[in-house]
Write a protein that binds this ligand. Structure first.
Ligand code: ADP
Ligand code: MG
Length: 738
């Protein structure tokens, strides 16, 4: 029987039930059913002793004797309680229904095998409504193996599709197809990693012979699942590199060199230099660059972006940098303009608040090519914004933008072809990679660097939200990744403490001392307006109490929040930047990228309300100058366990990657930026967090295979090629990220 056949081919599956299984669980073909894995198992292969019971062991099997049975009155009716003991301890068996009948049938001081779901309450264990079997009976029977339990829905259960029925369907199916299940990995991989063969893995994941068999089966299937995803991502990356052409920035020219020699205000860190090299290599290769730059807050990504833009300009192209907020766009604009003073480079800014007349001017100078660098917000994505020859597009804080928005930047050159045709090659399932890693010489000499030509700009996306390495492999596995893992010299780690609201007075005292030293401070609130949840610290309330504590004219306060007009925000922001105000009361609008080196204290009100990455971002606003900086996390007394972990993590480390790891563990991949589009949430059996090691093994294997045999033409890789083609054709392709 072919695995592509609908499940009605399986004995006992009616058309009605097949329809139901499809609508409820998405199971259509035999293959779907075979890959519908149990979510847990009833394990009757193991016996526990009472002493070894753990509050988390769900179903247990124990041998012991009932020593006493009694009825216990409770609010409504009564319950039947039996004291059950083995050589190691005592526990209870409890019944709420059928008490009389059970009471009569229970035998005292006779060995039983008891099985059931374990409850743990007030330090003692009990099993409600256990399965009971006399040991003498138990010994007569053939011992059952571990039983699979499948996810179900109310509709299915109501229509009689019980777990038992599912088991029998799958059992029938396995009997019919077992011999025909094809291996999808090469013998080399199986040998190297000592993997279970596919058919045995499928058999044992549904009907495990033992815990050990189950573990091996699960490992094999998780590996396989992650391997084929990685194969696809790694391959896409190789195809991008070798097939999608990009402008060649052939020379490092006058602008770049002049800036580097005469205008760079500091020496680049080694990490910055390394990343710059990686970018230069990309843009000189003739292939299209699609690179992610990760770097903690304050690591100095902007200057790297600027140098990359100068490379483009030196080669006759334009450059653009897009930021998620006006504040940040303004800041980039100011920084870039200042850094480029006297260099004869035209820089402008386009945001939602730019007036029509000015807008027209920008559009025109862009199309004429006289405007070299355009900084902006989402406004850059409007159709009217067209470039003469956009060489590089940089996206700051990329996770703030949707995939579609980022994709729009591909088409910004006047005669760009539509994006799909550019991408077609990358998606086509036919394996036609040129051999080896280097780019083909003949391709390189094609005239694709022509100014105003039809190529997409190089793309550099930047993020200060570090993504744990393993997650990045899945989410950005087809991008090249650069990391700035070093802060500029002289930075002192921000001292972070957690204080309760009741300490506010001493915190304010501390602020006064810092302000007296000439420093500036941020006070951040989680919400803009009083919400239904009354315990939120309202920004305005906060502002008033701060204003009382820090009276004018001695103290000047800025306030910035999301509901202000951009011009007002900017005005307040500028006052703070210029040092006219010492205190910035704000909501999280200042979270992203704002740079005021003289600010040395960050107070976060209701810190328990913030997620870890947000807290880390906020803290990153200080510690940018030479002074010792502080972050004070204020919270109420009542904290959830998770909130405690978050606050503790913040006080213990300033390493963004470590924080990201904790965040991932706390919240799972579903809440981490970027994962929603990536498919990591649709995994059938693997888990990107828990199975990180398997993921690394899968990726390394995929890289090794493709490096050795890019087109999978070697006979030993035939099983992989066959399986891979089948998968890509059924279109379970992960969406593209940038
Ligand atoms: P982020 O990576 O968070 O965007 P920025 O690019 O805003 O960081 O840089 C943070 C600050 O560090 C800026 O004031 C910038 O001028 C400064 N900076 C960047 N690189 C260096 C360096 N190599 N040495 C000293 N200061 C640097
Ligand atoms: Mg930045």
């Amino acid at each position: 029987m072919n695995l592509d056949y609908p499940i009605t081919y399986i004995k006992g599956v009616s058309v009605q039930r097949a329809t139901l299984l499809y609508t409820e669980l998405g199971i259509k073909t035999c293959n779907d059913l075979l890959n519908f894995f149990p979510f847990r198992y009833i394990d009757k292969t193991q016996f526990y002793t009472i002493k070894d019971l753990q509050p988390n062991s769900s179903e247990v099997q124990i041998v012991g004797q009932i020593t006493n049975v009694k009825s216990v009155a409770q609010k409504r009716g009564s319950r039947l309680v039996a004291t059950f003991q083995d050589a190691t301890g005592t526990m209870e068996l409890v019944w709420f229904k059928g008490q009389k009948w059970i009471k009569d049938s229970l035998k005292i001081n006779v060995p039983y095998v008891v099985y059931g779901k374990l409850n743990h309450y007030n330090g003692s264990f009990s099993i409600p409504h256990p399965e009971l079997e006399l040991v003498t009976e138990y010994k007569k029977k053939l011992q059952t193996k571990m039983q699979p339990v499948y996810a179900s829905t109310e509709k299915l259960t109501n229509s009689g599709v019980s777990n038992k029925l599912m088991r029998s369907y799958i059992q029938h199916l396995l009997q019919q197809v077992y011999d025909g299940i094809q291996e999808s990995l090469s013998q080399d991989i199986i040998d190297d990693l000592q993997l279970m063969h596919k058919r045995d893995a499928l058999l044992n994941v549904h009907f495990p012979k033992s815990q050990a068999h189950l573990a091996k089966a699960q490992y094999r299937l998780k590996f396989e699942e992650l391997f084929f995803i990685q194969l696809q991502l790694v391959r896409k990356k190789l195809v991008n590199k070798t097939k999608i052409k990009g402008f060649v920035f052939e020379h490092v020219g006058e602008k770049f060199t002049n800036f580097y020699k005469n205008h760079l205000p500091f020496e680049l860190t080694n990490a910055q230099k390394r990343v710059l090299k990686e970018i230069r290599k990309d843009v000189g290769s003739g292939a299209h660059m699609n690179r992610l730059l990760q770097g903690d807050v304050g690591s100095g990504k902007t200057i790297v972006a600027l140098l990359a833009m100068l490379l483009a300009i030196d080669n006759g192209y334009q450059a653009t940098i897009m930021a998620p907020t006006e504040i940040l766009a303004n800041q980039h604009y100011t920084a870039v303009s200042e850094l480029l003073t006297g260099m004869n480079i035209n820089v402008d800014i386009l945001t939602g608040s730019v007036k029509t007349k000015k807008r027209r001017e920008i559009h025109q100078s862009l199309e004429e090519g006289t405007l070299h660098i355009l900084v902006g917000t989402h406004a850059l994505l409007e159709d009217k914004v067209k470039y003469k020859s956009l060489g590089i597009a940089i996206i700051d804080e990329q996770h703030r933008f949707g995939v579609k928005q980022r994709a729009k930047l591909w088409n910004k050159n006047r005669q760009s072809p539509s994006q799909p045709s550019q991408r077609e090659e990358a998606k086509s399932p036919s394996l036609t990679l040129p051999k080896g890693k280097g780019t083909d010489k003949t391709e390189k000499s094609l005239p694709f660097g022509e100014v105003g030509g039809a190529l997409p700009p190089h793309i550099l996306v930047m993020t200060a939200t570090p993504i744990p390495r393993t997650l990045a492999m899945s989410v950005y596995g087809d991008l090249d990744i650069s990391v700035i893992d070093e802060l500029p010299p002289g930075r002192k780690p921000v001292k972070t403490v957690h204080r309760f609201d009741s300490n506010r007075l001493s915190v304010f005292k501390f602020l006064k001392d810092e302000i007296a030293k000439g420093r500036q401070v941020y006070i951040v609130y989680p919400l803009i307006q009083e919400s239904e949840a009354m315990d939120y610290k309202d920004l305005m309330d906060g502002y008033e109490s701060v204003a009382r504590e820090f009276p004018s004219p001695k103290y000047q306060i800025s306030i910035v929040h999301g509901q202000m007009k951009p011009a007002d925000k900017d005005y307040e922001m500028q006052r703070f930047v210029k040092g006219e105000t010492q205190i910035m009361v704000a909501t999280t609008v200042i979270e992203v990228g704002v740079n005021v080196p003289n600010a040395s204290v960050m107070i976060i009100e209701s810190a328990e309300r913030f997620g870890l990455s947000q807290l880390h971002q906020l803290r990153g606003r200080v510690g940018r100058g030479a002074d010792q900086s502080y972050c004070i996390l204020l919270s109420s007394f009542k904290l959830s366990a998770e909130a405690k972990t978050r606050l503790k993590t913040m006080t213990e480390t300033t390493d963004g990657f470590k924080i990201a790891e904790v965040d991932l563990k706390l919240r799972g991949p579903g809440n981490i930026m970027g994962t929603q589009q990536s498919g990591v949430l649709n995994l059938k059996i693997a888990d990107v967090v828990k199975d990180a090691k398997i993921l690394v093994a899968a990726r390394n294997t995929a890289i090794a295979i493709l490096q050795d045999d890019a087109n999978l033409v070697k006979p030993e890789n035939l099983p992989i090629k066959t399986a891979f083609s089948a998968m890509t054709q059924t279109s379970k392709i992960w969406s593209n990220i940038s």
